[in-house]
Structures are given as structure tokens and as C-alpha cells.
Design a protein around this ligand. Structure first.
Ligand SMILES: [Zn+2]
Length: 605
């Protein structure tokens, strides 16, 4: 019964993940040709570090527009209208510098694709939230002296200024970025405008490279850059055709009068074999040749940026590598013997872990019960509760994985059964067999989400279990409203999350524009909640379509790539309806890389 259900579930879940991830930005589509690292299969591992369909369209158009502009700039035919002179408001100028470690994140929000800027700024703000306080502003709101009020500043150049798009970067930022001794990280477009504003000669003499002679194309093409090497790890860069805006090729100068430029990360063209810098540093300026938040994987080049933030915000950080495993989708219908087998192994290895429990199992149409509707609570499953208590007595931490992990009696998208369907987001399967995310349910609200959380907690209490301290959203999808509710009820979420446009500006969230993200370390995110990392995905033995299984070796390879993060975590999850052996292989492989397994609460420290 259990095995049978597990098998049928896997097939469905496989289809969901592939298609959903594709919709979320083509992540799977982008990687099939390479077949390098497989995607997680279970929907909980949908890799949401990608853009919504609408934002992906923005990205494709922006990539094309960027290359058009870059060609005009190379030809000397891209005129730039300078930004208006801005003056600090008295209140702003008098604002005290934040105490402790602080990051200033500046982003573009003008031009036809300006909406991408806030998404990237949220992704950056979340990561910077690992280190201290974060202030995010449109770059146009920058006023003189601001860089010196923060430990470090990051500017995300996502709008290519020039032509019909006037510069929105205030002259004061160009001047301050040059003059300050604080770290400035510049990512993507417009660095050439800084050189133009401060004087190309002066820029070259301070930084040793010439952005005004640096372009995305080399030899008439952006090429096929599909690998980035950083701290001895080979990271992937897999972007579908038509979506790639390229990586800037910096013109590094040599000779007397120019300081040395440190090549922090190296990009490699998979076709020509040519290498070029992906990230460089000289004086106070770190430059990254692209914004790395779209089309990522567990071994992606975004890891470079995630680690470089330590240089800017916590340079004294010592090398440390910790790992974490959680058991996933444990419902009242779980098999107690399978739980016991996994628990015994983990205890024998003295490995602390998390157990993600769904307190109420529902099969409203009897999809797995011969058409007879079925509901089972934890209190009605004493044998499962006994195993959970046994785990808690032996190093496990209880986590809450939704209330029912399904939505009413709807097929959302499949069958309405706990563990298969979304709970806090609507989804359907279209005629082309794609899973389409439709946004939050119509009744989504603070009250609705809180009601589900309250019922979930009551389910644990009724079974005599303690209150879970941590939350993981079913299938990693909820609205901004829901995420805030979870943050009010639990000390942290442990998951990948969606971040909606409008969050930084304080407007109504735009449910059609969002970015998904996962983390290699704990962060304080833009919803104000601590998010503990899950960045390795999960074991899934079955291949489907053109997609390979995700085996222990794949998980271990992702953990290896994440060694590039100097104080990073390899966090994965495992369904206890699979045998012990692949879990054992995965844990042993991750340990052999030098990771130490810790419990989930330790991940926040
Ligand atoms: Zn789940």
C-alpha cells in the first residue's frame, strides 16, 4: 500500500517539478542539454531561484535590449542623459548610520524592464540579511555620503542606461563609489557610466581596468559561458538560448600606473574554451559581470556572490562547513516501520536532524482509498506519533510542514491528497501537461493563513507533541501575506521561498512578478523572518523523460560546489519512504567533504 502509493506519487511529482521549474524560468529546460546536475524531483524541491513567467519575459526582453545598447555603446552611438541632481532631504541627511554590520542595496527601477530591479534587490537584501541590517533603495534615491553610513554597498545594474532611458544613477553615487574606502560591489550594467562620470583616466588609475572598453560580446557574440570557477570549485552557468544577456568582459590594464586587478572568479566559454574574468576586485571596488539570480541550480555561479559578501560584510569569518538533513512529508499515514529504520540509522551515527510533519492527512476524494474520502489526524495515528516521539528523544527537531499539504477538495494540481498538492498556492495542469502556478487562493489573507496554522498547531498538541519551532511551506509556494503569518508563528522558516514585487516598495504585492530563492546560510529575509537554508535538494531515484534521477552522487556534488561558501551549509531533505541506504550514502559523502551535521536550530548561528 505504502510502496504502491509512493510509486504513483513519484511519477506525478516528477512531472510537476519538471514543468513547474520550467515555468518558473526554464531552469530544467536550460539544463537538459548538459545533463550535468539533475533537478530535485519532489515538488518540495522545486528550484524557485528563478523568475515568474511574466518576469522571465521581462528578462528575455531586457537581455536583448542590453546587447543592442552595448553594440551602440561600442560604436560610440549611445548617448546618455545624465540623472537630475538630487539633494538629500534634511531628515535623510541627518539619519543616523545603522549600528553594527549594515548593507546598502541600490537597484534600478526605471526603463521598460525596471521591475526586474526590485526582484534582484530582494535577492541581494536577503543574502545581506545573513550579516546584519539591510537598507534597499532605488539608486535614484541615493544622496551624497550614503556609502559611508553603511559597512558596504551593493549596486545592481539591471537597467542599461542610454538612448531613450535616461541615467537614474545620481552623480553623487559615481563620485562616492570612487572616493569611499568602504567596499562597493557593482554588479552588471552601467559601470562604464561611472568611469565616464569620474573620469576614465582616474578610474583606470584607481582600479586598473577600463569599463568604457569592456563589453558583453566578444568577437561578435556573448558566446556560451557555462562554467565559472571560484575557490577551486567549478560552478555551473546554464541559461537558455535567448535569455542570456552575457557576462561583461572587463578590459584589464597592465603596466606602470595601473594597480593589480584580482581575478576572483573565472568564466569559461563551453564552446571556445576561452576564459575571462567573472568577478574582479581592485581597491574598494568589486565588480561582477552579470546579475546571477536567474537560471540557477544548486551548483550555480550565484555561489560566488554568496561567498563574496563575506569579504564585504564579515571579512574575519573563519572557514566552516556544516550540513543538515530533514525527513520530509511525514503525515499520519506514514509507515511507522520505515520511520523507525531511518531513525535508527541516524541515531547510530549521532546525526541530529529535522522531521517535517504534516499533522492532518486528507484524501477528500478517496484517490488512494477506492473513492472513499479519508481524513487521518496525528491523534488518530498513535503508532506514527510513537515513532516521532522516539525521534525527538534521539536528536530530532520537530518541524511543521503545512496543515494538510493540499487544498480543499480541489485538484491542486493533482488529486487533493496530502503531500501531493499545494496548500497555500493554486496550480493547475494545462493541456500541454504543464503545471501552471496560478497565484494565491482567492480567500488568501492573514486570517485564512493564520487559521490553517492554528489548526496545524492544534493537531500537534492533540497528539501530545510539542509545538514545532520551525516551518516549511508545502511545495515551497505561498503568498507574501502567508509568509508573514508563518514568520509570526515560528522562529524561522526552513525552505526556499518566493519574493513578490512590491515588497520593498511597500506596495500591494504583484503576484505575477516574483523571484524564487534558496540560501547557503541562514538569512533574515525581506519579509522580516529568519530563513534557514535548504540548498541541496533531495534524493529521487527515478528518471523521467529526459531528466536523470537525483542520486546521492548528485547531492554530494552540490554539497561540494557549496564548499566555495566559506561559512556555508549543505542542507538537503529525504523522504523516509525510501530505503536507508541512499541516505547513508549521501550522509557519508557529504561528511567526507568535510561537513559536520548539525541540527536545524544551529543553522541560525
Ligand atoms: Zn512536502
Amino acid at each position: 500500500m505504502q510502496n504502491k502509493r509512493g510509486r504513483s506519487r513519484k511519477v506525478r511529482i516528477s512531472a510537476v517539478v519538471m514543468l513547474l521549474a520550467a515555468l518558473l524560468g526554464g531552469v530544467i529546460l536550460s539544463r537538459t542539454a548538459q545533463g550535468a546536475i539533475s533537478r530535485p524531483r519532489a515538488t518540495d524541491a522545486v528550484n524557485p531561484l528563478s523568475l515568474s513567467p511574466k518576469s522571465s519575459k521581462d528578462l528575455a526582453a531586457a537581455a536583448k535590449a542590453r546587447l543592442d545598447s552595448d553594440r551602440l555603446r561600442r560604436a560610440g552611438r549611445l548617448a546618455l542623459t545624465p540623472a537630475p541632481v538630487t539633494k538629500a532631504l534634511a531628515a535623510e541627511a541627518a539619519a543616523a548610520a545603522p549600528a553594527g554590520t549594515s548593507a546598502l542595496v541600490l537597484y534600478d527601477n526605471t526603463g521598460p524592464y525596471g521591475q526586474l530591479g526590485e526582484l534582484y534587490a530582494m535577492a541581494t537584501a536577503n543574502l545581506a540579511g545573513h550579516f546584519g541590517t539591510v537598507t534597499a533603495k532605488p539608486v535614484s534615491a541615493y544622496t551624497a555620503g550614503m556609502v559611508n553610513q553603511y559597512t558596504a554597498t551593493v549596486y545592481l545594474g539591471s537597467t542599461y542606461y542610454g538612448g531613450t532611458v535616461p541615467d537614474a544613477v545620481p552623480a553623487a553615487f559615481y563620485q562616492d563609489a570612487l572616493a569611499t574606502s568602504r567596499p562597493v560591489t557593482w554588479i552588471g550594467d552601467n559601470i562604464w557610466n561611472m568611469a565616464g562620470a569620474v573620469g576614465v583616466t582616474q578610474f583606470k588609475q584607481k582600479y586598473g581596468w577600463d569599463p568604457t572598453n569592456s563589453y558583453y560580446e566578444s568577437g561578435g557574440s556573448i558566446g556560451n559561458i557555462n562554467q565559472v570557477t571560484y575557490r577551486n570549485q567549478q560552478l555551473t552557468r546554464t541559461i537558455p538560448a535567448g535569455q542570456d544577456g552575457g557576462v561583461l568582459h572587463p578590459d584589464i590594464l597592465t603596466g606602470p600606473g595601473y594597480p593589480a586587478v584580482t581575478r576572483l572568479a573565472e568564466a569559461k566559454d563551453g564552446t571556445s574554451g576561452a576564459t575571462s574574468p567573472w568577478a574582479i576586485r581592485s581597491s574598494n571596488l568589486t565588480y561582477l559581470g552579470e546579475i546571477p539570480f536567474a537560471y540557477v541550480s544548486e551548483s550555480d555561479r550565484v555561489i560566488v556572490f554568496e561567498d563574496l559578501l563575506f569579504d564585504a560584510l564579515a571579512p574575519a569569518t573563519a572557514e566552516r562547513h556544516r550540513a543538515f538533513v530533514r525527513l520530509e512529508d511525514i503525515s499520519p499515514k506514514a509507515d511507522p516501520a520505515q520511520l523507525r529504520a531511518i531513525a535508527n540509522y541516524l541515531k547510530s551515527q549521532n546525526i541530529p536532524y529535522g522531521i517535517n510533519v504534516i499533522p492532518v492527512y486528507k484524501d477528500p476524494k478517496g484517490a488512494y482509498n477506492n473513492g472513499v474520502p479519508e481524513t487521518v489526524t496525528l491523534a488518530q495515528a498513535p503508532a506514527v506519533v510513537t515513532e516521532l516521539k522516539n525521534m525527538l528523544a534521539n536528536g530530532a527537531v520537530l518541524m511543521n510542514h503545512g496543515y494538510t499539504h493540499q487544498y480543499g477538495t480541489a485538484n491542486n494540481p493533482y488529486n487533493g491528497v496530502t503531500g501531493d498538492d499545494f496548500e497555500f498556492f493554486r496550480a493547475h495542469v494545462d493541456t500541454a501537461d504543464n503545471v501552471v502556478l496560478d497565484g494565491p487562493p482567492a480567500e488568501d489573507s492573514t486570517v485564512w493563513a493564520q487559521g490553517r496554522v492554528t489548526q496545524a498547531l492544534a493537531g500537534f498538541a492533540a497528539a501530545g507533541l510539542p509545538k514545532p519551532a520551525l516551518w516549511t511551506t508545502p511545495h515551497y509556494a505561498a503568498s507574501a501575506t502567508d509568509y508573514r503569518v508563518f514568520g509570526q508563528n515560528y522562529s524561522a522558516r526552513l525552505e526556499r521561498s518566493l519574493y513578490f514585487a512590491g515588497t520593498l516598495t511597500g506596495g500591494t504585492p504583484d503576484n505575477s512578478r516574483y523571484i524564487g530563492q534558496f540560501f547557503p546560510y541562514a538569512v533574515k529575509d525581506v519579509y522580516g523572518t529568519t530563513v534557514l537554508p535548504e540548498n541541496i535538494g533531495n534524493y529521487e531515484p527515478d528518471a523521467y523523460n529526459n531528466h536523470p534521477p537525483r542520486l546521492p552522487a548528485d547531492l554530494i556534488a552540490s554539497a561540494k560546489a557549496n564548499l566555495a561558501v566559506r561559512d556555508g551549509v549543505a542542507s538537503f531533505f529525504y523522504h523516509p519512504y525510501y530505503p536507508v541506504t541512499p541516505l547513508k550514502q549521501t550522509i557519508e559523502g557529504i561528511k567526507a567533504l568535510g561537513y559536520t551535521f548539525v541540527g536545524p536550530t544551529a543553522l541560525g548561528q
